[in-house]
Ligand binder design. Structure first.
Ligand SMILES: Cc1cc2nc3c(=O)[nH]c(=O)nc-3n(C[C@H](O)[C@H](O)[C@H](O)COP(=O)(O)OP(=O)(O)OC[C@H]3O[C@@H](n4cnc5c(N)ncnc54)[C@H](O)[C@@H]3O)c2cc1C
Length: 462
């Protein structure tokens, strides 16, 4: 219960206009981009929008003193319900903290506040010739705080890794309002436990990230894009393996199955042959065009040896953009195929990719539920999209069974429940099957040490 006295204390910290408590405001902070239905029970009691670390710290002191649940929120583009305030309390919106604090060109690092949008960070660095590679498909709206809290990935992960490969140091406000700094600009640092990596991917359950220092690399000077169409999914996957084994590490290697491809074809009015079972989009990058031309030739040769039906190598940046538009349009095209789409995210060893796609197709047939599959084949991260109409009798039960089976397949082949979207609310019931009961106990012990009252993003992760 947040009394008027508590609200007054919060207003004194962040200003009247940054404490919101009308029904409409509360509703606006009750959902994210997962497919969790809208429920009044998920409305926060109050929304607080701090501007500085000092304000976040003071807000946390008040929340801790009154045991108020606090759910951090960036752009709410999360897919697993992470920023939904399931226990009411406070939605702590970090969208006003948008400063790029320092651009350190000599050390090739940048320090930013959590509300900076991923694309703004990318563009800021690119304008100075430096490259921040993690590129979640949500980069036009997701925030850096959310990216670090979810350890977001993206299409370039196959060559450049994910967010945690770039996080050097963090400023974190703990549950009781204390502020700590972890890591820093020293490249080698083994002083104490690696708290930077502990908070990265902690989904707002261990602390509020108020500042982050990120490593940058130099911007590749040349890029090229290839589109390969295959009549066989196995040959498409085999091409990616053969390419990696030949020492060609692409910046991205994305795969779309037939259902995904046909969805984009309908959406963008393209004519794609029904015999095509898989499309692979590959981006290569490097220091000079001549070397990239050679790589593109080598990839084409591999693909031809594996019965590719069509090869398109972008002649210029415009054509590359046209090819990427197909991949970027996927999420909305697939989403438009059914009243509800549950977008899942599993990660499996790379060589299990075709088997997992086949088993997902079998699950789809068994339950009579269409499932489109696409994903980052270069790193084994798949996004099965379960297409359903939850208003149909029995559909919800069938969908839950299908999703349970998809996660079981991922674990059976040595994979995991999430490659990049985190656990949040939607996958908590599966976490013990992935980590074991003892593994979950370790997570709980860490949580208890950092947040003894359990106020930070309760009911998430386990
Ligand atoms: C169309 C679409 C495409 C997507 N593509 C990708 C993709 O390619 N790769 C990928 O990894 N994800 C993807 N996502 C998921 C999502 O965009 C990412 O997880 C993103 O990093 C979330 O950022 P956000 O600012 O929206 O965070 P939110 O959704 O607001 O929050 C996510 C979690 O982080 C916590 N949090 C937020 N800010 C802080 C903070 N400052 N301190 C502590 N905790 C915090 C929240 O409590 C919550 O648990 C996609 C989502 C959509 C809708």
């Amino acid at each position: 219960m947040i009394t008027e006295a508590i609200k007054s204390k919060l207003r004194a910290v962040v200003g009247d206009e940054n404490v919101l408590d009308t029904n409409l405001d509360r509703f606006g902070y009750s959902y994210d981009s997962s497919f969790i239905p809208l429920l009044p029970a998920n409305n926060p009691d109050i929304v607080v929008r701090p501007l500085t670390t000092d304000e976040v710290s003071k807000v946390m002191v008040i929340a801790n003193a009154h045991a108020i649940p606090v759910t951090a929120r960036g752009a709410a583009s999360g897919r697993t319900g992470g920023s939904i305030p399931v226990r009411g309390g406070m939605s702590l919106a970090l969208d006003r903290m948008t400063r790029i604090i320092e651009f350190d060109e000599r050390n090739m690092m940048v320090t930013v506040e959590p509300g900076v949008r991923t694309i703004d960070l990318y563009n800021h660095c690119a304008a100075k010739g430096l490259f921040y590679p993690p590129d979640p498909a949500s980069w036009k709206f997701s925030t850096m705080g959310g990216n670090v809290a979810e350890n977001a990935g993206g299409m370039r992960a196959v060559k450049y890794g994910v967010t945690n490969n770039y996080v050097m140091g963090l400023e974190v406000v703990l549950a009781d309002g204390r502020v700590i700094n972890t890591g820093g600009k020293a490249i080698k640092n083994v002083t104490g436990y690696n708290l930077t990596q502990l908070f990265t991917g902690s989904e707002g359950t261990l602390g509020i990230i108020t500042k982050m220092t990120l490593r940058l690399i130099s911007m590749p000077k040349a890029r090229n894009t290839l589109q390969l169409m295959f009549p066989s999914l196995d040959d498409a996957c085999a091409t990616i393996h053969a390419m990696l084994q030949a020492g060609i590490v692409p910046a991205a290697a994305e795969l779309m199955d037939k259902m995904s491809l046909q969805a984009v074809a309908r959406h963008r009015k393209l004519d794609i042959d029904q015999a095509i079972e898989a499309c692979v989009v590959i981006e290569i990058d490097g220091e000079d065009t001549a070397a990239l031309d050679k790589q593109a030739e080598a990839i084409e040769k591999i693909a031809r040896s594996l019965r590719v039906a069509e090869v398109r190598i972008a002649a210029d940046a415009k054509e590359a953009e046209d090819i990427w538009a197909i991949r970027r349009g996927l999420s909305s095209a697939v989403g438009a195929m059914a009243p509800t789409r549950l977008g899942e995210d599993i990660s499996v060893p790379r060589d299990a990719f075709p088997e997992v796609v086949r088993r997902i197709k079998k699950i789809s047939e068994t339950h009579g539920i269409p499932i489109a599959v696409y994903g980052h084949a270069g790193d084994g991260n798949l996004h099965p999209s379960v297409l359903c109409d939850l208003a149909k009798p029995g559909e919800e039960e069938r969908v839950h069974k299908a999703v349970d089976e998809i996660f079981a397949v991922a674990l059976e082949v040595g994979g995991t429940l999430s490659g990049e979207h985190g656990i949040g609310m939607t996958k908590r019931k599966y976490i013990a099957s992935a980590l074991g009961e003892d593994g979950v106990e370790v997570l709980k012990a860490i949580k208890l040490a950092l947040d003894p009252k359990g106020i930070l993003n309760p009911d998430k992760v386990w």
